[in-house]
Each structure stands twice: as structure tokens, then as C-alpha cells.
Design a protein around this ligand. Structure first.
Ligand SMILES: [Zn+2]
Length: 566
């Protein structure tokens, strides 16, 4: 009798310990719930077909892609999570094309005026979204234009930029010390988008980024190509914006400082020091910026798998569906099909969504799926999602993003750059191991890739976020082969009309990483606490701000509490 009682008690305890994770385990064991490479192939083949016209933001093909994602979500039985009970979140946008009559002049007393050549010496975009802007304002050299209290660095030293023009260098102070601007890795402070945002916040009307190939890591033609055409922006909200967000050629900048009797190389040297103070030049920028504006609406596609019990918290998966569209001025094949970038990510996102919809029981937190727009325009759809998330960022535990997964075989390595900065990294490592995937560190931290994909938009509002992709080592091949494939893609297909679907593509790895993302999501959603950034991380402060002291967040939710051990 006593034995029976003991047995029963033990059984009950064991039953209690069958948590959500355990319940999922039977289904997540190899061979039960796994993504299907052929389904991913079908999605990629459709989304990158000529009929989709390159899925341009604000173009018909992009809208069809959004409808396709929404339809698939609906077929899986996922609920709409967009505006007014739909799968769509309207993203109001503005296309801005800088017209040829735009002019920049540097003017100083007793010195000949210098007229810059549009596209040759400068590029500019009116982020404040007006058809005309006239600027006549003094120029202030502000070094790197960085204000980073955590590194005890402030280039402004209280200088007022209101109605002035900021002149600055791209990139950030060089460092080998991981505690100072993350050593060799590029932080967000080094990116051009930060420079425009920070100077606009400080009231500047225009900002001139000095282009130096070594600091930018790309040549002037890259700047010229991407800024020479129409650019899209989120429609203006209250955020301060520049009337002239500009780059200028190094030689033009040298002439500009010479007009003020200063030496640009010496100014650059000064900018390396913490003690640097802004230098107001005796030169004004007189500019006329003429722009053609086209307002339009694009859409994020949002679906949700509700939680089993009422939960205000969520896990998020993202992938951008937009690409570069169709170029009517191009001869021959003029469709940017975007098979790898990012029909593959969409195919994987859909497979992850399908797996979740087939999971044996409802998750303890909501699962959100977002196909985002306008990534190629500067992470705009995801930025809008971060600012207008259906679940507040402070209650989203994690964002897992998929962007351009090479369909070239079965990977033995993966990249999850950014995961090491979160409290979730031990779980990520364990899961990777169980998939036979070695985690490969970011091969080019100095390029700042972390800040160049949609997960960054979510990190900026505090959500621990990273992308999942394959590394260089594939089954039956060596790393050199993987590296060669990668280089071949970058040179011959990346952002070119040749990024097309071909039957020889092998989606084994894409499927593997979809299954990985699903299983990792099961882990994430089962954590007692929401995931956070490690102490000292650049996103930790905004995460804490987004999570006002609330028992549901600070304390582990009861439903996930582990019963006492027998
Ligand atoms: Zn791209």
C-alpha cells in the first residue's frame, strides 16, 4: 500500500513536470515536425518568378507577394494580426527623388565660391519630404558626430547644431579594446544612418558625411548608385529629419576645409581624441534641394498563433518579402527576381509558421509572424513594425529573422550573430549542437552586418533579435568551397537581376534552419522569463525602458514555474 502511494505520488510529480517543452519534445524529436525543403522550393519558385516583377516596394509585384504570404498564413489557420482584423499593417511611405537642378555651393568671405557637381561631388536626399528646400547655414565640423555616454565619448560638447550644417566622418574611433566601441567591430554609432539621425535630433538642417573609401568600406560609386535614384522613406511622423542628408566626396571636403584655412587630415586627427571639440568653419552651405515626391502605402503582413492561455507576451519571426522590383530603363532581363534575397527567407518563414500551426498544443505565449516590406529601402517595414508593433516591444521575448539563405546544400555551420549578446545564447548553442551545426562567429564584424538586416530594427526598440543563416561549411565540401560560393553570389547575383530561381537549387539547408528556428522558438517561448540583452549591451537600456516594472515581466510567469523536484 505504502509502495503504491509512493508510486502514485511519484507519478503525479512526473506528470506535473511534463511542461510545455516536454509536450513539444515528442513532436520535435527528429522525424516528427520538420520543415519540408520541397515546400520551400515551391515558395521560392513562385515568389521569385517574373510574374512577381521583383517584388518592388510600392510596385504591383511587391503587393502580390504580400497577398501570397497572407494567404499562406490563412491556410495554416493563423489569425490576422494587422490593422482592423486583417493580415496587413499599412506602412505609409514617401518616395523622394532628388532632381538634377539641386545645387550645393560653399560660400565664404574673400574666397571664390565652390560649386559642387550633383552625383560627382555630392549626393543628397531631402528626408524632411518637401518638394523644395533652401539652405543658407554655417558648417560645423563635428568629428564622427557621435554621442555615446557608455564609452564616455561626446563629439558635440554641448555645441548647438540648430539650423546649422554638420560636417562629419563616417565610421567611429578606431579601437582594439572590446570595451571601447566594441573593438574592431563596427557599432551602430559608425553607420551613416546614425549620423543622420543624431544630427537631425540636434536640430541640424543638413549633414555632410565625408566619404573616405577605407572608412566607409565601399567606394563612391556605391554611394552614388544608391543615392542617385529615388529613395523611399517612412512617411514623416514626429521624428526630426534633415532637409539635406548628404555625402560629399573626400576631395570636395578637402577643398571645403581649405576654404576655411583648415586641413582636413589634421581635423581627422583631432577627431580621434575624446577631447575633440567641434570646429565651426568660416564657410556656409548655400543649397537648393529640389525633389519629386510620391506618397504611397506598402504593407507588412502579420499573423499570430494565439497562446493557449491568455498571455500578453510573444515570440516574433520576421523575413522581408520586398526586393528591388523592375527597372523599366534596363535593357534585356530587367526584373530583380530576388530568389535568394529574400524569397528564401519568406519560404523559411512560411515553413516555420506551418510547423507552429501543426504543433501538438497551443504555446504558452503568442507566436507572431511578420513578412516585412521595404527592407531594401533601409529596413523601413521592420522599423515601422518596431514602432507600431501589435504586441509592445517590452513584451516580445525574441525576434528570429531570416534573410537570404543560400540554397546550396546541407550546412554543418551556422551564423547567429547577435545571439551571443542575449541571455538566450546558452540555449542557442545547445540547440545548434543537437542539429550538428557549429556556430561560426561573424566573419566580418568591421562591416557591421548586424546593423544591416531587419532584426536590427527590432533590437533598436529593445527586443533581443538576431538572424539565422548558414555558415560556410557544407556537408561533403570544405570551407573554401563555401567561401567561393559566397563570393560568387556576391559578385554575380547579389542585388542583380540574375538572382533567379534555378531547378538545381538545394533547399536542404533552408529546411534545416527552418526546423531549427521552430525548435529554438519552442525553447524561447518556454523560458520562464522574457529573454534580455546581457548587461552592458548597447540595447540593454532601451529594453529596460520598454519594460516598466511589472510582475508579469520581472517575475517568471506562474504557468511556467517548475514544480519542486521529487
Ligand atoms: Zn537585399
Amino acid at each position: 500500500m505504502r509502495t503504491l502511494k509512493l508510486m502514485l505520488a511519484t507519478l503525479m510529480v512526473v506528470a506535473l513536470r511534463v511542461s510545455y517543452l516536454d509536450a513539444q519534445a515528442s513532436k520535435t524529436a527528429p522525424g516528427s515536425l520538420h520543415a519540408d525543403a520541397q515546400r520551400i522550393r515551391a515558395h521560392v519558385k513562385f515568389l521569385s518568378s517574373d510574374l512577381l516583377e521583383g517584388r518592388g516596394t510600392g510596385q504591383r509585384g511587391g503587393d502580390i507577394a504580400a497577398e501570397y504570404l497572407a494567404t499562406q498564413f490563412a491556410l495554416y489557420g493563423l489569425k490576422p494580426a494587422g490593422d482592423q482584423g486583417t493580415y496587413f499593417q499599412q506602412v505609409p511611405m514617401m518616395e523622394v527623388k532628388t532632381l538634377a537642378e539641386t545645387s550645393f555651393n560653399f560660400v565664404a568671405n574673400n574666397v571664390e565660391t565652390m560649386t559642387l557637381r550633383n552625383l560627382e561631388d555630392f549626393v543628397t536626399s531631402n528626408e524632411s519630404q518637401t518638394e523644395t528646400a533652401y539652405i543658407d547655414a554655417p558648417i560645423v565640423f563635428v568629428g564622427y558626430g557621435i554621442s555615446a555616454p557608455e564609452y564616455n565619448w561626446d563629439d558635440y560638447k554641448g555645441t548647438d547644431l540648430k539650423d546649422k550644417v554638420a560636417l562629419l566622418f563616417v565610421n567611429e574611433p578606431a579601437s582594439d579594446d572590446p570595451k571601447f566601441f566594441k573593438g574592431k567591430a563596427l557599432t551602430y554609432y559608425g553607420r551613416w544612418s546614425y549620423k543622420f539621425e543624431e544630427t537631425a535630433r540636434r536640430g541640424a538642417v543638413a549633414t555632410l558625411i565625408i566619404h573616405r573609401t577605407d572608412l566607409a568600406s565601399y567606394g563612391w560609386e556605391v554611394v552614388r548608385n544608391s543615392w542617385g535614384k529615388a529613395r523611399s522613406f517612412l512617411k514623416r511622423d514626429g521624428t526630426p529629419k534633415l532637409q539635406a542628408a548628404s555625402w560629399i566626396q573626400l576631395d570636395a571636403a578637402k577643398k571645403l576645409t581649405a576654404m576655411a584655412g583648415l586641413d582636413l587630415d589634421k581635423l581627422f586627427e583631432q577627431a580621434q581624441s575624446k577631447d575633440f571639440k567641434p570646429v565651426e568653419l568660416s564657410v556656409r552651405l548655400q543649397a537648393h534641394i529640389a525633389s519629386q515626391l510620391r506618397p504611397f502605402v506598402s504593407r507588412n503582413v502579420l499573423a499570430v498563433l494565439p497562446a493557449g492561455r491568455t498571455s500578453q507576451e510573444a515570440l516574433l519571426y520576421t523575413a522581408h518579402y520586398d526586393h528591388l522590383g523592375l527597372d523599366p530603363d534596363m535593357k534585356g532581363h530587367n526584373i530583380y527576381n530576388g530568389a535568394v534575397d529574400n524569397a528564401t527567407g519568406c519560404g523559411v518563414l512560411l515553413e516555420v509558421a506551418r510547423l507552429w500551426s501543426e504543433a501538438p498544443s497551443a504555446p504558452p505565449r503568442m507566436i507572431l509572424f511578420a513578412g516585412v516590406t521595404a527592407e531594401e529601402q533601409g529596413l523601413l517595414g521592420s522599423e515601422y513594425l518596431g514602432k507600431h508593433s501589435p504586441v509592445p516591444p517590452g513584451r516580445i521575448s525574441l525576434d528570429l529573422n531570416y534573410d537570404a539563405l543560400a540554397p546550396i546544400g546541407d550546412p554543418e555551420e551556422m551564423e547567429v550573430s547577435g545571439a551571443e549578446r542575449t541571455t538566450f545564447f546558452p540555449a542557442v548553442k545547445e540547440k545548434a549542437k543537437s542539429f550538428g551545426l557549429a556556430i561560426q562567429p561573424d566573419a566580418h564584424p568591421e562591416a557591421g552586418y548586424y546593423y544591416r538586416s531587419d532584426h536590427f530594427s527590432l533590437a533598436r526598440v529593445g527586443i533581443p533579435s538576431f538572424s539565422i543563416s548558414e555558415g560556410l561549411k557544407f556537408k561533403g565540401r570544405d570551407e573554401a568551397w563555401g567561401e567561393a560560393q559566397h563570393r560568387d553570389y556576391l559578385e554575380h547575383r547579389y542585388h542583380q537581376p540574375s538572382d533567379q530561381y534555378v531547378p538545381g537549387m538545394d533547399f536542404t539547408g533552408d529546411a534545416k534552419l527552418a526546423t531549427f528556428g521552430y525548435e529554438l522558438g519552442v525553447e524561447a517561448v518556454s523560458q520562464p522569463k522574457l529573454i534580455g540583452w546581457l548587461p552592458g549591451d548597447e540595447f540593454e537600456a532601451v529594453r529596460q525602458k520598454s519594460q516598466p516594472l511589472s510582475p508579469t515581466i520581472r517575475k517568471p510567469p506562474k504557468r511556467n514555474a517548475k514544480p519542486p523536484r521529487p
